[in-house]
Design a protein around this ligand. Structure first.
Ligand SMILES: Nc1ncnc2c1ncn2[C@@H]1O[C@H](COP(=O)(O)OP(=O)(O)O)[C@@H](O)[C@H]1O
Ligand SMILES: [Mg+2]
Length: 588
């Protein structure tokens, strides 16, 4: 339960709504309690002062009772409406705030966190867990306050009529609360299982859709169907159980309400012998008991809501307390001049214990292009991740313009960098939006978008589409080829006029001719201070100022293209191999 105290700050934020809501609940219940009291006084007066004389009297009396009852109901209902307008709306506002808080925290966390948590978990935090918490903030609180207000008002009146009868008729109510708590907990548990299985089923279906070609090619339809069928049967069985428990719910309540009513009539009837209760008193009691049953029923339900909310909030808190490993250390502006230095840098991935970088040193001077070449898994992408501070290094130093990377303004540095990752990611938006995404300011002209597309040698491809730059990408739109995606991604990096350009093997699906065009466009870029090009293809980097050959995280060779060829080491070997491959491709 302690976890829910995290939400107190929101109660303070919305205190007026909350207090008003409590006031409305009390007023609504006040009207509600007047109804049985009115019935009591009217009925009692019939027997004492003015008994009914003829049909006319009876008609007037019933009209009077009906009218007053209606007015009181209207009053009670109106304030109930206001209660919902305040408390339920407050719960929605807090839900909104909490979702935003979680979302902005997601964005601060780094790659290590995302390696540890699955997408499903992260989605659950922001949708399901917040939903559970909202149930506590809205209905949970509303029914609890309602019960307290009503109980206070009603019990006071009941004791006034007959203290001993009050005691007897109230006994079944807590028992009912407990039973309903048990039933709701079971229902919640089952519905969680049903929901889980449902998302399992959607995952299976989704994978079937996206892997349809593979499934058909391997003629695995039967197996896939069997897998789906298994999940669907499990879902069916759990749902049946849920229906069964659900079906028990209402009868239990109705039975217990009936029990209370019968008890009231029986015991009340006994009491009329010695005139310790009037007929109107018994009637008022029955009405009071009926009023109390629903709120008492809700106790059980609310208890299980609160338990679930507490569990959800514990998960949310746990995650909100996760500190990002990489933090921006300063707000001092940083202007990049072009020098990058790695000094004896080593790095091991904590989750896989793979030492990806081993005692690596290199320097990029202002105006230079450094290239890194190496096999898959040699640590090239890790170098880039370390440079962009996705992870912090274990030992050694990374210096940017002779300052420790850890000490400079990280967001400024990232703002001045254009990075094209190895696995390009494009949003399901238009091509123009995807390129615009890279911009650091909001005022981007169509011309600027076109210019960067031209530099990335993708302009001609884009204008060939009927919708040109407004072409929609993704599931509902056009699927670009691998090379086109890479080039749109390059255009996205170029539109921010980066001072540092980082290309991570992002020309692999581009033919050599287009690649050369892009590289020569980059050479002429006035704004660029330095570039880091990662590739496993020599054509991409032969013109770089310096080339590093990486092998299992260690630098094994360094030099210009010509120097490395002359060295006749790994680089020269790779070069020869790629030359023969290329010529055999040309011939074939
Ligand atoms: N996020 C990660 N967690 C754990 N190990 C990783 C991670 N990323 C890469 N590695 C490992 O680190 C090594 C270097 O990977 P990487 O830098 O991606 O190489 P390259 O880009 O040269 O293909 C590989 O052995 C890889 O398995
Ligand atoms: Mg890589």
């Amino acid at each position: 339960m302690k976890s829910l105290s995290y939400l107190n700050k929101y109660f303070i934020k919305y205190k007026w709504r909350f207090l008003l809501g409590i006031l409305f609940i009390v007023i609504s219940n006040y009207f509600g309690v007047q109804m049985p009291l009115y019935v009591k006084t009217t009925i009692d007066s019939l027997f004492v002062e003015n008994p009914i004389n003829g049909i006319q009297d009876a008609l007037i009396l019933s009209l009077k009772i009906g009218g007053v009852y209606m007015l009181l109901s209207l009053g009670s209902g109106f304030f109930l409406f206001l209660t919902r307008q305040t408390i339920i709306i407050m719960s929605r506002l807090i839900e909104f705030d909490l979702k935003n808080e979680i979302y902005s925290h997601y964005q601060q966390l780094d790659a290590t966190f995302y390696k540890k948590n699955t997408t499903g978990d992260l989605m659950n935090r922001i949708s399901e867990d917040v939903g559970q918490v909202r149930m506590y903030l809205g209905p949970g609180l509303m029914y609890t306050i309602n019960l307290i207000a009503l109980f206070g008002l009603v019990v006071f009146q009941m004791i006034d009529i007959s203290p001993s009868l009050t005691l007897f008729v109230l006994i079944p109510l807590p028992i009912m609360s407990f039973l309903i708590y048990k039933v709701s907990s079971k229902m919640n548990q089952l519905s969680t299982e049903v929901q889980k299985e449902q998302s399992m089923m959607s995952t299976i279906v989704q994978e079937t859709f996206s892997g349809l070609r593979v499934i058909k090619a391997y003629s695995k339809e039967k197996e896939t169907h069997a897998k789906f069928n298994e999940s669907a049967s499990y879902y069916k069985n759990k749902s049946m159980k849920l229906v069964f428990v659900n079906a028990l719910f209402m009868p239990t309540i109705v039975f217990l309400i009936g029990l209370s009513t019968i008890l009231t009539i029986y015991l009340g009837g006994l009491k009329t012998y010695d005139n310790s209760i009037s007929l109107g008193g018994i009637l008022a009691f029955i009405l009071f008991v009926n009023k109390l049953t629903w709120p008492f029923a809700s106790v059980g339900w609310v208890t299980s809501i609160i338990q679930r909310a507490a569990a959800s909030q514990t998960r949310i808190n746990e995650f909100l307390r996760t500190e990002p490993l990489v933090k921006n250390p300063t707000t001092t502006p940083f202007v990049f001049k072009g020098k990058i230095e790695f000094k004896n840098v080593s790095f091991t991935y904590s989750n896989s214990s793979i030492q990806a970088i081993n005692n690596l040193s290199f320097t990029i001077h202002p105006g230079e292009t450094l290239a890194i070449i190496g096999r898959t898994g040699s640590g090239k992408s890790t170098v880039i991740d370390l440079l962009m501070r996705q992870f912090d290094i274990d030992s050694g130093q990374i210096l940017i313009d002779n300052q420790e990377l850890k000490e400079i303004n990280l967001s400024d540095f990232r703002d001045q960098t254009g990075i094209v990752p190895q696995d390009v990611f494009l949003f399901s938006e238009t091509i123009a939006d995807n390129i615009r995404f890279g911009a650091t300011n909001d005022e981007i002209t169509t011309e600027q978008i076109e210019t960067s597309a031209k530099k990335a040698a993708v302009y001609d491809n884009i204008v060939a589409f009927p919708d040109k730059f407004e072409t929609l990408l993704g599931e509902r739109g056009v699927n670009l080829s691998g090379g086109q995606k890479q080039r749109v991604s390059i255009a996205r990096a170029l539109i921010r006029n980066p001072k540092l350009l980082v290309l991570d093997d992002c020309l692999s699906a581009v033919d050599t001719e287009t690649e050369e065009e892009i590289l020569s466009n980059l050479k002429n870029d006035q704004n660029l201070r330095s570039s880091l090009i990662v590739s496993h293809r020599i054509s991409s980097l032969r013109n770089a100022d310096r080339i590093i050959v990486l092998q299992e995280g260690t630098k094994v060779e360094e030099g210009t293209h010509a120097e490395l060829i002359a060295l006749k080491g790994h680089y020269a070997e790779m070069y020869l191999k790629q030359l023969t491959e290329e010529s055999s491709e040309d011939n074939g």
